[in-house]
Write a protein that binds this ligand. Structure first.
Ligand code: B12
Ligand code: SF4
Ligand code: SF4
Length: 379
């Protein structure tokens, strides 16, 4: 390894990255799989993944920064422990996936990558150009991470490191410096295991290494802006932001080491598994104050409360009825429609009376359809 490469790797570790590797600025190895995935429409409403200019950039990182000669790939362990069992098993609580327990990783890790770029510039002079990305850039991050020796892609589609597992955020630094590439990890993989495919509640892992995002709870609770398809709502359970099931069941996770890196820790167990009844009435100001610096910000208040309504319907307990009845008057029709569904699922006479009462008052066509569907299910 050259002196510069060594310096980059040790500085990346100093900055708190758990994994670092170097990749050549060549098209990533899984391009054909990506193109096929998009062609099948598995990206759903994440239209940016299919836009031709964005696909072209994924095909060749030099389309982003023409002078790119190397890519520094990093991984940050975000495993900060588990929700206490009594909270995790309580259907009156919502589950938030581990990646969203702490501060928004995009900002935390981008700042570290910029510091890494500063160190490169100190070593090489100010001429080196760079671009830093975490998640949102037009890069095939898992594929590049494989090339840089950070791990292998499991059948759950996640990048798994054989000694750390997959609770990892990925990031990249595109550099116009020539660095000898790292070697990919070989001879490890899933073998005959299929646990993640069997465990996925919605059947989103339609085949090994292929995820139909339109069925994935992570997509439904974070990326989807409109209504969650009715047939999938019962399968979402009490996940209210993201989903960790296909990683929790993975045998490689036995190697996960708990990180003490504060940015990714939940401020309290309550944050990782909040009471649903405390969230259904969440107002805009509280949402902003509580989630501004969290990944949960992405769902907006309307998305999060929509998810909470679905989880309450899946809880199915009559104690949820009064709060759901209040949600029938939420300013967002999206929330009202999902509260209707939840009341229909709980199905008590009080729930039915509330729906009868708003039947003629609801003006939004989609919420009206939800009411008719809920009432019809009783007839
Ligand atoms: C869109 C997206 C999603 C979508 C779609 C996910 C998917 N699997 O396609 C949704 C919203 C569902 C999602 C969910 C999650 N995401 Co996401 N997501 C992305 C994003 C922005 C693009 C991914 C993408 O291009 N998907 C299209 C598919 C085709 O590509 P891929 O996921 O890279 O999958 C590769 C393999 O499937 C492989 N492949 C295909 N066929 C075959 C066959 C064989 C034999 C092999 C070996 C490989 C292989 O080729 C693909 C191309 O690299 C990336 C960031 C980025 N820019 O890459 C983050 C990213 C993948 N997500 C991340 C995270 C943390 C998550 C969640 C864990 C969050 C959560 N808990 O809810 C879940 C995990 C769910 C899962 N099992 O993937 C991390 C993954 C870290 C890791 N260890 O893998 C990333 C890298 C963000 C980051 N910078 O940290 N995500
Ligand atoms: S994140 Fe959840 S819903 Fe998505 S593929 Fe994994 S287990 Fe299935
Ligand atoms: S659960 Fe099994 S099949 Fe799925 S990613 Fe882990 S090792 Fe691979």
């Amino acid at each position: 390894m050259t002196e510069l490469a060594q310096r980059i790797c040790s500085r990346a570790r100093e900055l708190g990255f758990d994994l670092v590797g170097l990749a050549a600025a060549a098209p990533p190895p899984h391009l054909a799989a990506y193109r096929e995935w998009v062609a099948h429409g598995y990206h759903g409403e994440m239209g940016y993944l299919a836009r031709p200019e964005r696909v072209a950039r994924r095909e060749d990182p030099c389309m982003i920064l023409p002078s790119t000669r190397s890519i520094v790939c990093v991984g940050a362990n975000y495993y900060t422990g588990d929700v206490p069992a009594e909270l995790a098993g309580d259907p009156a609580r919502g589950l938030i996936s581990r990646h969203a327990w702490g501060r928004d990783y995009h900002y935390v890790l981008l700042a570290r990558l910029e510091q890494l770029a500063d160190s490169v510039r100190e070593a090489t002079g100010p001429v080196v150009e760079h671009r830093a990305y975490v998640d949102t850039g037009p890069l095939l991050e898992r594929s590049l991470a494989v090339r840089a020796g950070l791990g292998f892609i499991g059948k759950n589609t996640c990048l798994i490191h054989p000694r750390i597992g997959s609770w990892l955020f990925l990031g990249e630094l595109l550099l116009d410096a020539e660095l000898a590439p790292s070697s990919p990890i070989s001879d490890v993989g899933c073998g005959t295991c299929q646990r993640c495919l069997a465990a996925c509640p919605t059947g989103a892992l339609i085949a090994p290494h292929i995820l139909d995002a339109r069925r994935c709870i992570s997509y439904l609770t974070i990326e989807l802006k409109g209504a969650i398809p009715r047939d999938l709502r019962p399968l979402v359970g009490n996940w209210i932001f993201g989903c960790d099931i296909c990683q929790e069941v993975c045998p490689w996770q036995r190697f996960a080491r708990q990180t003490d890196k504060l940015p990714f820790c939940a401020s309290a167990p309550e944050h990782a598994a909040p009471r649903l009844l405390e969230l259904i009435g969440l107002d805009e100001a509280t949402f902003r104050q509580r989630y501004r610096h969290s990944p949960i910000w992405r769902a907006r208040r309307r998305g999060l409360v929509r998810n909470v309504a679905v989880a309450l319907g899946n809880w199915g307990d009559e104690r949820a009825v009064p709060a759901l009845v209040q949600a029938l008057f939420d300013q967002e029709s999206l929330v009202r429609g999902h509260a209707v569904w939840a009341l229909g699922r709980i199905g008590t006479s009080a729930a039915r009376a509330a729906l009868e009462a708003i039947r003629t008052r609801e003006e939004d066509p989609s919420s009206r359809r939800e009411i008719e569907a809920a009432l019809a299910s009783w007839e």
